[in-house]
Design a protein around this ligand. Structure first.
Ligand code: PMV
Length: 317
């Protein structure tokens, strides 16, 4: 049997992180050049039902059953077994690789889960729909994030721009005109679970100002949606700047992330914000394509570890 391969993209959140955990909408887009891949190969000579998992990037080469019960790969593969109602998986090797920086708000954990779930279900001859893959990946996200909204696993599984609100089916976002963004990785790993938990504690201690901030972020996301769907890309810059300010008020920015967003704006970005959990991770800048090189240079000079240029292409729906 030939090896089965599946992949899934990274993502960035354009607007609405953190507030989305509290029921506000958010907008996320896939980043197709950053990908996680899983390859499943049958091992007819191995012991029956022995599943070996390999992730050379992190030095992992182990039997699935030797991993902790809450190891993300074990949870992903057990989720597949329960979803398909099967007890045992025929002997195989599941090999995982990814060029998505980890703990950077670029969706690496969701992309690995989605790639593994797709590859294993296809290997078993029972591929699942995008929304069922997203649901299974959500179970893994709970380990990484504590109380995830579900936006990461959704955008990564659907691989198209989404307007996401907790408890509602994700909506495909219409992109009327191309949107070019520079993504800069601060190189500072920042587990999303930490900032999400901090915001939760702060909200519990003093709900009113936090609920006001969540509401302001939500109304800004609705404006961003109208601008994106109406082709008014120039309006998005100011909205990004405002979103960054509100994230600062939530307490999830840092001096370095502020320096990076300032550097992006000073070199020509129309707007910039942190993206994802914050504190470390990445910032994004909206750029006119002819200024992208200058913004990239300036972000590197300001200390960004790596940058990615991506254009979100127009969609039909
Ligand atoms: O995975 P990250 O760092 O892009 O963060 C996800 C966005 C949050 O809103 C901070 C958390 C969530 O689950 O929505």
């Amino acid at each position: 049997m030939p090896a089965i391969s599946a992949s899934a993209p990274g993502k960035v959140i354009l607007f609405g992180e953190h507030a989305v955990v509290y029921g506000q909408p958010a907008i996320a887009v896939p980043i197709s050049q950053l990908r996680a891949r899983a390859i499943v190969k049958a091992e007819p000579r191995a012991d029956a039902n022995q599943v070996r998992v390999q992730a050379p990037d992190i030095g992992l080469d182990a039997d699935l059953t030797s991993l902790a019960r809450d190891h993300p790969l074990r949870v992903a593969i057990s989720g597949v077994r329960s979803a398909l109602n099967i007890d045992l998986i025929p002997a195989c090797t599941v090999r995982v690789s990814s060029n998505i920086p980890v703990s950077s708000g670029l969706g690496s954990s969701a992309a690995v889960s989605v790639a593994v779930i797709r590859a294993v279900t296809t290997f078993l001859g029972r591929p699942l729909s995008e929304d069922r893959v997203a649901d299974l990946a959500f179970e893994v996200e709970k380990i990484h994030h504590g109380t995830p909204s579900g936006i990461d696993n959704t955008v990564v599984s659907f691989e198209r721009p989404v307007y996401f609100e907790l408890g509602r089916p994700p909506e495909a976002l219409k992109i009327a005109r191309p949107i070019t963004i520079v993504i800069a990785d601060s190189g500072i790993p920042s587990p999303t679970a930490t900032t999400v938990a901090e915001v939760r504690r702060a909200w519990q201690a003093d709900p009113t100002p936090f609920e006001r901030l969540f509401g302001e972020i939500g109304s800004l996301v609705r404006k961003a949606r109208a601008a994106i769907e109406g082709g008014a890309v120039d309006q998005l810059g100011l909205l990004m700047d405002s979103n960054h300010d509100l994230l600062k008020d939530l307490g999830v920015s840092s001096e370095f992330l502020d320096q990076l967003t300032d550097a992006a704006r000073a070199s020509g970005a129309l707007g910039a914000k942190l993206s994802g959990g914050g504190r470390g991770g990445n910032v994004i800048g909206l750029v006119a394509p002819h200024l992208s090189e200058s913004v990239i240079q300036s972000l590197h000079t300001a200390g960004a570890k790596s940058t990615y240029l991506t254009t979100i292409s127009p969609t039909e729906s």
